[in-house]
Every structure is written in structure tokens, then in C-alpha cells.
Design a protein around this ligand. Sequence first.
Ligand SMILES: Nc1ncnc2c1ncn2[C@@H]1O[C@H](COP(=O)(O)OP(=O)(O)OP(=O)(O)O)[C@@H](O)[C@H]1O
Ligand SMILES: [Mg+2]
Length: 579
Amino acid sequence: MINKRLIGIVSESKKYIVGNVVCQWLSLVANIAMMGAIARLLEKIFEGAADERQIGMTAAVALVAVVTRFFCAVSASRMSYLSSKAVKKTLREMIYRKLLRLGISYKENVQTSEVVQVAVEGVDQLETYFGAYLPQFFYAMLAPLTLFGVLSFVNFPSAVVLLVCVPMIPVTIVAIQRWAKKLLSKYWDQYAELGDTFLENLQGLTTTKIYQSDAFKHQEMNEQSERFRKITMKVLTMQLNSITIMDLVAYGGAALGVILATTQFRAGHVDLLGCLMIILLAADFFLPMRLLGSFFHIAMNGMAASDKIFKLLDLLEKKQKSGIVPKDCTIQIKDLRFSYEPEREILHGVDMEFLKGSFTAIVGESGCGKSTIAAILIGRNKGYNGKLTVGGVPLAEINESSLMENFTYVSHQSYLFKGTVRDNLQMANPDATDDVLWATLEQVNLAEFLRSESGLDTLLNEKASNFSGGQCQRLALARALLHDSPVYIFDEATSNIDVESENDILAQIHMLAKSSKTVILISHRLANVVDADNIYVLDKGIIVGSGTHSELLEGNTSYVQLWNAQQELEYYTMRGDVL
Ligand SMILES: Nc1ncnc2c1ncn2[C@@H]1O[C@H](COP(=O)(O)OP(=O)(O)OP(=O)(O)O)[C@@H](O)[C@H]1O
Ligand SMILES: [Mg+2]
């Protein structure tokens, strides 16, 4: 129950643990002195020889002992607090840094809800492990030995019996531990599962309401909560039962000591003072171990949580790669194959080239793999086969920060943070002045709207719920423009918005393409890509054609079909004949 790795990680707390044990030990010594004085007074009273001086002396010793014990208790709890504080800070920081190192693909390995639970609840459990359990663990060893040292001079056989009975408590603990470990691991699994469902249902609450599927979700959550309630009850029952058993051992042991002391007294092997001291101190042999037993369950829970924390901390990190994106950032793709799941290949040997400074489009029907290619390019989808190089350097060797510095990815779901417009924009370029920010906002046609609000200090709600879809996409584009990277990838960046916003954004994308940036534009709408230097037509994970718009119109059946279908649709939509 002493996890060396855990203690090693939070080595700062070692000194507080030692301090805590010392305080508790001093308190014990004060208690022994007080009990000694009381026993002496009782002996004198029994002999009828107690005088005022004796009573005064006992009172003085008791007062000093009580004051000492008070200060020791205050210092011990302060030490507990300091050690817990160190644990929380260190572990949460480690988890946070680990997530940063795992990078944008962290979700491949671990679920968000699990990370949240481990970092919040899991770390809280360990706070008790360090603050209460560990000091008690050492003190529970030290206290019986100290008492044995004192009482062995009083009456050796009684002291030995008391000392021998103490380990019965840890033996009980070990017996319970075997069973408890499995139970607690199950408890944590259920807890994480419930948290996962809760988070998902909360995020999808609006959708649930729209489709009135509350009843179904309600039932699903009820079932999971019920499972969690049952396992929580099992854990509590286990804890209560084991506490009862430990109480029996502790008080039974103390009673045995008392019986032994009185028999020894009757046999004349110990005087009254000694007998009284054994009686008064017998319980103290067991109480620290008994308290350890009750902390033990919290510690067990902490251990289960620490397993989860270590699992997270031990996740394999991709080595920090040394490659960087070279100046000539032409992207070449040869025979690219990719699958999300085994036996279901999404890309079946794709060949592509994105020349530096060129404007390339990728078109194709929904689900053909366009976004998959974009996600591979920005390092989010790993584990592809084939050759993918940027300026001759394999993508797999390029470190994430260089990739993020050189590739700007904009999708229709680009994340806007709660905060001001300025905060959201300066993420892309912390040095940008207000003038630069305004100029960019002008470019994307958002300046006028923001001026009518609070300018750059306009506040965005969570998930930018107070901005329209078009405004969000314009703001995301402004942020992308401020990033000023050599490569831009737009994945349906103009979907779901009005034609006016779409045209504004496309105009900016075309401007970028003219200003020597490499632009990759993924779009459903072929009308958006007619100006591209090169268009790749993707069909079910295979490139079925490439060329300029006019070349493809002449010789590529897939493209012609897509084009005609869209033209027809737009023609009818304009006439309002259909739909
Ligand atoms: N995370 C994922 N796990 C498993 N399969 C996925 C995942 N993401 C996408 N797919 C599958 O990969 C295929 C290609 O998806 P992708 O998102 O690349 O299509 P797309 O061409 O971008 O489509 P759209 O035009 O609708 O955005 C689809 O069949 C999809 O089911
Ligand atoms: Mg897509």
C-alpha cells in the first residue's frame, strides 16, 4: 500500500509526511507522560497518601500535555494540508503537460471525460492518501513500538501480548484488500462510464430536446446511475463491514491487555501504578492502526485512481520529432492508404501533389475521403501507409509545432473560444496590433458588425452561441489569415452559410492563393473551385481525375456528372421550380 512511484513523483510531500509523523509522535509522548502522572495520582489516592502537592503536580503535567497535544494536532493537520497541496499541484500539472505532449491526437488514446475525472476526482482521492494515509501508516508502526518500549519496563509479558496483537489489524486489512481491489477497479470503471454518458448527453441536450428523445436518454442514464449506485453501495458495505471487524480486533486486543494487566497485578508481578498505566495505555496500542484501517479505504480508492493516472501518464508519446517544414513546402503524396478501422480502407492508394504557392481543390461526393486527407496532412490522422512528404521531408518526421506553424487548417467547425474577439484573433498572432486586427476584420467583412457591438472587446459566449453561423466562419477565417502560414487547408470552410458570406470568404481564399500561399480547398460546390490551378476528383478513396476545371469538363466523366448535377440543382433552385 506504499506506492514508491507515487511518492517519488511528489517528493516535495516527503518532508511534510515526516513532520506529520513527528508531531503525532510527540503528542503520543505527551499522552504517555499524562497517563503516567494520572496513574501515579490514582495509586496515591488508593494508598490514601494523595496530598495537594501531588494533585497540583498531576494537574500541571496534564495541562502541559494537553497544550502540547493541541499544538501537535494543529501542526499535523497543517502538514497534511501542505502535503495535499503539493500533491494536487504536481499531479494536475503532470496530467496537463502530458496531454500537451500527446498533442492533437490525444483522443486516439484516451477519452476526454476520463481525463477530466482522473484529473479532478482522482487527484482529490490522492490528496487524502498523502495527507492522511501515509503519515498514519508510519505513525501506526511507530506508536506501538514506542508504547512497547515504555511498558516493557512496567510489565514485559503484558507489553509483549499487546504488541503481538497489533499486527492482527493489518492482517485483516490485507485480507480485505484482495477483495476490495477488484471492487474498486470496477467502481472506477462504472464511474468513468457514467461520466462519459453524462458529458455526451449534456453536449447533445439541444438535439435530444428537438427529437424529444429525452425519455430514451433518461432511461439510459437511469440504468447507468443504478449500476453506479449498486457498486457504490457495495463499496460502502465493504468499508463498513471491514471497519466493524477492525474495531473488534482493536478493542478486543485492548481488552486482552487489560485482563492480562489485572491478572499480573493479582499475581503480584506488577504494582498498582504499572497495572493502571497498562490499562490507561492499552487502547493507544491499537488506535493508530485502527485509524489507519479507516484511512485505508480512502487510500485504496486513491491507489485505484493512481493506476488510472499512471495509465494516462504512461501513454506512449510520439518522440519529439526533429524534422521541420522546409521553405519549399511542396507536398507530395504517393500511394497513400488509410483506414480508421482494420478491414475498412478509406483511401486506396492516392497520388497527389500540392505545389508551393499553388491553388488546388479536392472535390468529390460526401464520404469519399476528402476530410480524411486533410486530417492526415495536419497530423491528426496517423498510421497511414504510403509516401507523404513536405518539401522532401516525410510528414511523419516533422514535429507538431512546426507543422502547426506552417499549416493553417480551417473547417466549418473551427473552434471559437468564450472570450473577446481580440482574444480569439490574437491566438493566431499574439503580436498583432489593433490596427492589424481591424484590417483583417475588414477583409472578411466583419468589421462593420463588430463596430456596432463592442469592437474588439465584443464578447463571445460559449461555443460562440451569440454569433451567427456566417459571422463565426468569417471570424475563423480572420483568425486563419492572421496566422500567416505558408500552407492553408480549407475543409468546407464555407458550408452551411449564406451565399454572401460564402462569396466574401471565397474572395479571401482566392486572394491568398494569389499571394504565393499554398491553398488546398475542399468543397462540395464545384462553382467554388473553377479558378483552381488543379482540381483532384476523389471517388470512394481513389483519385479518378485531375486537371483544371475546363480540362476536367472535357475529359472526366465523374467531374462532368458532378458538375451537371450541381448546375441543374442550382438552376432549379434559382427558378424555384423544385425544392
Ligand atoms: N473518425 C472516424 N472513424 C471511422 N470512420 C471514419 C471516421 N471519420 C470518417 N470516417 C469514414 O471515412 C470515410 C470518409 O470520410 P471523410 O470525412 O473523409 O469524407 P468527406 O469526403 O470529407 O465527406 P464530406 O464531404 O461529407 O465531408 C467515410 O466513409 C466515413 O464514414
Ligand atoms: Mg469532409
